[in-house]
Design a protein around this ligand. Structure first.
Ligand code: CDP
Length: 584
């Protein structure tokens, strides 16, 4: 393995308590006895030096490796930037698979279906998540030429993928995650919409209906639309678009599933249409990809860029430096990553997509005293992401000068628009940062905090208690802090109803449930405007939300230019990952 010895003067890494637990359970390398044989400092050096070593492949790069390794080490251990989990787990190890997101094609034959099951298993084993479109499969009861029998349809095959996933823990650390997508004009769409109505069904899958522009227009005009068998092109039935949309809304109201993705919109932003159409996304929806494509992600921790003396309270210079370092890091990850299939290696190397995003956004807002549910908050989101997007493109352009453009550049939309050349077909994606944000000790992705103080259920029933440090600091400053109050907040989560607290504190320290759905959506749209790929975001709703509310959110997501939308109505599932209150 390409690894430099640890320099004697390398500073150690300081970790918070939660990070220590997560690192040792999921990230530190373990021996046959299951005990970690790696220290946190060794982990970050393993990753930094292996990713830096990739520089040696480029002209004049050899001389830079040692200095880059230190730079990457400092970048990660300051927690200003972290690469996605598979990079932390596998860089510099025999496994060597570093990407979190994959999309695999599922063809309309038993051979192709079971190839996809096998390929997904290989990806899960290495810590990646997989997305599939099942839209090419012939519908249930369609004729099967070779046997004269009838086909089982996408749903029954989906169950096979689900069961296979159940048996494979990703890299021995986490269970595989999948996205299943079916186009709204597939004849089995109603079964698909109802597929997760029983709790626990298809538990290793997120499902999304692939909506088309034509379908949305039919909903708007209250018209029928055609269901078409993909293998023959034959029209099988006509349905009222509003009835299907309404069923989608009802199921999302009941269980949160299925979500929806706007396929035409995703393809409108496909930077390399000459290589084919995008049919699916990764498990959490933030990364649309071509068949056999993978993408590695990384996230900048915005909470660390607060500078009260700077314009808008943001350290723009510092942010710029970190964006450029992170883009280089993620491009090196492509060089370093070993993919489970030659087709994936080829597609990845042709487009070289990377997904730089952010976490700690809500923490930054807290520090700035700006409410998440305000126009000021939305404006700041646009400004921040616009800046990161622009700088990431400049960084990718500089890398193209140093290393060459991504091979599909000549036929890409950038070449047509005379932009670039770039090293990467995409540079930005907003990931959920489910585990990364625990390591960095910040709020996840671009989500508001779920609660100002809460209990987090992690793997195998472990519980982690967390109190937001910015909240505590603000209370202390206002001389409103007391241990009794903290207990109270931990029980309820929100301070919305605590009218004895200062008004400005109640206005700024809002949590997911305090925020009206429309602001969740406006924030998603603000980030989407400056993100090449998509934005991982959940629109949280109170238990009392109605189906009309969800209809409205889905429709607005379409109008605001989002690429998809996920809603979650509080309490509609018995087990929730994040929870407030006692005894959960
Ligand atoms: O924080 P971390 O890097 O672990 O992951 P994330 O940002 O929460 O999720 C990013 C992507 O990793 C997801 O969209 C999936 O593609 C993949 N993932 C997965 O495969 N399995 C999981 N259990 C979690 C995430």
């Amino acid at each position: 393995m390409t690894q430099l010895p640890i320099p004697a003067d390398l500073p150690d890494v300081t970790l918070n308590e939660n990070a220590k637990v997560v690192l040792s359970r999921r990230y530190l390398r373990k021996g046959p006895d299951g005990k970690p044989f790696e220290l946190p400092k060794e982990l970050f050096w393993r990753v930094a030096s292996h990713i830096a070593a990739q520089e040696a492949a480029f002209k004049g790069g050899k001389a830079r490796v040692a200095q880059r390794a230190r730079e990457f080490y400092e970048l990660m251990t300051s927690f200003k930037f972290l690469p996605n989990s598979p990079t932390l787990m596998n860089a510099g190890t025999d496994l060597g698979q570093l990407a979190a997101c994959f999309v695999l094609p599922v063809g309309d034959s038993i051979e192709e279906i079971f190839d996809a099951v096998k390929h997904a298993a290989l990806i899960h084993k290495s810590g990646g998540g997989t997305g599939f479109s099942f839209s090419r499969l012939r519908p249930a009861e369609a004729r099967v030429g070779s046997t004269g029998g009838v086909a089982s349809g996408p749903l029954s095959f989906l169950r096979i993928f689900n069961t296979a996933t159940e048996q494979i823990k990703q890299g021995g650390t986490r269970r595989g995650a999948n996205m299943g997508i079916l186009r709204v004009d597939h004849p089995d769409i109603i079964r698909f919409i109802k597929a997760k109505e029983r709790e626990g069904e298809l538990n290793n899958f997120n499902l999304s209906v692939g909506l088309t522009e034509a379908f949305m227009k039919a909903v708007d005009a209250d018209e029928e639309y055609a269901l078409v068998a993909p293998h023959t092109g034959e029209e099988k039935a006509r349905l009222k678009a509003r009835e299907v949309f309404s069923m989608l809304v009802q199921k999302a109201w009941e269980s949160g599933d299925p979500g929806m993705v706007f396929l035409d919109r995703i393809n409108r932003d496909n930077p390399t249409p000459q290589l084919g159409e995008i049919e699916a996304t990764n498990p959490c929806g933030e990364q649309p990809l071509l068949p056999y494509e993978a993408c590695n992600l990384g996230s900048i921790n915005l909470a660390l860029f607060h500078d009260e003396n700077a314009r808008d309270g943001v350290d723009w210079e510092g942010l710029k430096t970190v964006v450029h370092q992170s883009v280089r890091f993620l491009d090196n990850v492509i060089e370093a990553s070993v993919y489970p299939l030659p087709q994936i290696t080829e597609t990845v190397r042709t487009n070289r997509k990377i997904g730089l995003g952010v976490m700690g956004f809500a923490d930054l807002l807290y520090q700035l005293g700006v409410p998440y549910n305000s126009q000021e908050g939305v404006n700041l989101a646009e400004k921040l992401m616009g800046f990161i997007q622009d700088e990431s493109k400049l960084a990718s352009k500089a890398l193209a000068e140093e290393r060459g453009a991504f091979p599909a550049y000549a036929g890409s939309v950038f070449a047509q628009k005379q932009q670039g050349p770039y090293r990467n077909a995409t540079t930005t994606t907003i990931a959920p940062t489910g585990t990364l944000s625990i390591l960095a000790g910040c709020s996840s992705g671009v989500e508001p905090l779920f609660a100002l103080s809460f209990v987090r259920n992690v793997m195998d029933g472990d519980r982690l208690v967390e109190v937001n440090p910015h909240f505590e600091a603000a209370l202390k400053m206002a001389q409103a802090y007391s241990p009794k109050l903290m207990e109270e907040v931990a029980k309820i989560g929100s301070i919305k109803a605590m009218d004895y607290l200062p008004e400005d504190i109640r206005r700024v320290f809002v949590t997911a449930m305090d925020i009206e759905p429309i602001w969740h959506l406006k924030m998603q749209a603000a980030f989407q405007k400056y993100t090449d790929n998509a934005v991982s975001k959940t629109v949280n709703l109170p238990n009392s939300a109605t189906q009309e509310d969800i209809w409205d959110i889905y429709w607005k997501a379409y109008e605001y230019g989002c690429k998809g939308v996920t809603v979650y109505r509080d309490g509609c599932k018995t087990s929730q990952v994040l929870c407030t209150g006692e005894g959960q």
